[in-house]
Design a binder for this molecule. Structure first.
Ligand SMILES: Nc1ncnc2c1ncn2[C@@H]1O[C@H](COP(=O)(O)OP(=O)(O)OP(=O)(O)O)[C@@H](O)[C@H]1O
Ligand SMILES: [Mg+2]
Length: 531
């Protein structure tokens, strides 16, 4: 009892190592103290600036756990917190005992008794105290200093581990909440709802309901601006992984020399500039969804690396010897015809088959009978809110005009048309409370379809194109605008060349096969050349 035995130390070390949780660890620590030192009460308190908080105890009434001891109100605690070594208080010490009335074996004031405390330091920081009490006076006087030092060190290490674990757990829980919040935020910011009641959209929604809960990899395809990203987010929200992260990767924007590190991460020192370990997109998406947008743009070399990760559910960060397991569902999107890309050797067939376990086609806007009205209403309300307009309407005439258009830029184009039309309508009706969008506010549509270039001014020499002034409030998408431009330019030259594809290709300084491919991608109707 006077001297802690090595057997007791080893037993405690093993106990602590196999403890399942913090409570278990503290209980075992207190058990060992009681086995080593004959006492009636033992308590572990953690230090929080000016307060001590009991975190585990034996021999004291349970309500003690709820007490917060202000150090300056308790001279014994104050002395212990200011000491670097254990203090054995004299049996007749005049200092009031903070545990008066709290000992289970004793009602009322504490008589002359034994009391000592061990300040617990780790890295020179006071973490807390271990207090030991006995109703028998002078009991602690001949315990060896070495025994107390061993107990202090073990208790300090146990407390430190528990505090670290607590911190890590709360950080992990916090990170999880942040992920949920951001995923939810992105979802709400995009409106989150797939608008559309046309038969093709109803079918798409039904397909999403069926496939969302599975863990299949999904390939979403369709033309530009049809809502592929929104469909991908909807899939994640409806899936069992909805509380996990949805990580976005734009495959077209991945710099070729960094693709591996971006996707799989790297360890410190793996290459010049890798000054710390960095997790890749696959690890970040663990237990969630990895959205590989524009998958068709991925260079062939990177395709084989992704294939390996998908096949084996494991990744190898750059510069790391061993592989890591990941649990990720892949949702990919493209506006290319991947089958055709496979045929032409630009996309790996095996990756295509892995990704397209369940392909989902998002229909073009012109295939969605009746949806233009619904979507127009949806975007009108969104724009009204954004611009703080009290009431925003659209005339029947304007709606008819929108419905008649063929929407090569699909839903995104409609969204932009509504934004632009609202600004024009607002400028025309500055003094009005109710702003009404009229056909003339959307008139760019006719010019886009018939003579091709409304948003673009074509100079006399036909070579020097410059963008007309866009309103600063409208967000632009380089890819869509560029495609719109290509579409308009090709349509116009085709018209001028009487639908002669060879002549059009010559005028545009490209070969006919390439022009046909681009035209197909841009949904320009391919008519047979007459010559
Ligand atoms: N059915 C829909 N309901 C409501 N909003 C939609 C719908 N479809 C698309 N949108 C909106 O239209 C815009 C374009 O959609 P999204 O970015 O998902 O298209 P995309 O097919 O991924 O386009 P891209 O081919 O250019 O990548 C977004 O602002 C999106 O919120
Ligand atoms: Mg997209």
């Amino acid at each position: 009892m006077k001297k802690i035995s090595s057997a007791a130390v080893i037993e405690l070390a093993l106990d602590l190592a196999t403890s399942l949780n913090t409570k278990d660890r503290f209980d075992r620590l207190l058990d060992t103290v009681r086995k080593t030192i004959n006492c009636d009460a033992v308590a572990l308190l953690s230090f929080h600036g000016d307060v001590l908080k009991p975190i585990a105890l034996q021999g004291l009434s349970r309500d003690t756990l709820g007490r917060r001891f202000y150090i300056k109100d308790h001279p014994r605690f104050l002395a212990l917190c200011q000491s670097k070594s254990p203090i054995r208080f004299a049996a007749d010490s005049p200092l009031p005992d903070p545990y008066d009335g709290l000992l289970i074996d004793r009602d009322g004031d504490l008589p002359v008794h034994s009391c000592m405390g061990l300040p617990l330091y780790y890295d020179d920081n006071l973490l807390g105290l271990l207090t030991i009490d006995s109703l028998t006076p002078h009991l602690f006087e001949d315990i060896e200093v070495r025994t107390l030092e061993v107990i202090s060190s073990i208790a300090a290490a146990t407390l430190n581990t528990a505090l670290l674990l607590e911190q890590l757990e709360s950080r992990a829980a916090h990170s999880q909440l942040v992920v949920n919040e951001l995923t939810e935020e992105a979802w709400k910011r995009d409106g989150g709802e797939l608008i559309g009641e046309s038969p093709t959209m109803l079918q798409l929604k039904q397909e999403l309901d069926i496939v969302a809960a599975s863990d299949f990899n999904i390939l979403i395809y369709g033309e530009t601006g049809v809502g592929k990203e929104l469909v991908a987010r909807t899939l994640h929200q409806k899936s069992l992984r909805q509380n996990g992260p949805m990580v976005y990767v734009n495959c077209a924007a991945l710099p070729e020399n960094l693709i591996e590190s971006e996707l799989f991460g790297h360890v410190k020192g793996a290459f010049t500039g890798a000054d710390r370990n960095r997790a890749g997109k696959f690890s970040l998406a663990d237990s969630g969804t990895l959205f590989l947008d524009e998958i068709g743009e991925l260079p062939i070399g990177a395709q084989s690396k992704i294939l390996r990760a998908i096949q084996n559910n494991e990744i190898q960060p750059v510069g790391q010897d061993n592989v890591e397991e990941v649990n990720v569902r892949i949702v990919a999107a493209t506006n290319r015809d991947l089958k055709e890309e496979v045929g032409e050797g630009r996309f790996r067939a095996d990756l295509y088959h892995r990704l397209s376990v369940y392909p989902i086609r998002v229909p073009c806007l012109y295939e969605r009978v009746g949806d233009v009205q619904l979507l127009a209403g949806y975007f009108i309300e969104q724009t009204r809110r954004k611009l703080g307009i009290a009431q925003l309407k659209i005339t029947e005439q304007a709606i008819a005009h929108l419905v008649a258009y063929n929407w090569p830029g699909n839903v995104r184009e409609l969204e932009h048309v509504i934004s632009r039309a609202t600004l024009k309508a607002q400028a025309r009706q500055r003094d009005k409370l109710v702003i009404s969008i009229d056909q003339k506010d959307c008139d760019s549509l006719t010019s886009v379809r018939t003579d091709s270039a409304s948003d673009l001014k074509v100079s006399n020499d036909g070579e020097n194109y410059s963008l007309a002034l866009f309103d600063k409030n409208i967000s632009l998408n380089l890819k869509t605008e560029t495609e719109n431009f290509q579409r308009q330019l090709i349509s116009r030259v085709l018209e001028e060349e009487d639908s002669n594809w060879a002549a059009t290709a010559r005028r545009l300084s490209t070969d006919r096969a390439n022009l046909n491919r681009i035209a197909k991608r841009l949904n320009i109707k391919v008519m047979k050349s007459v010559i």
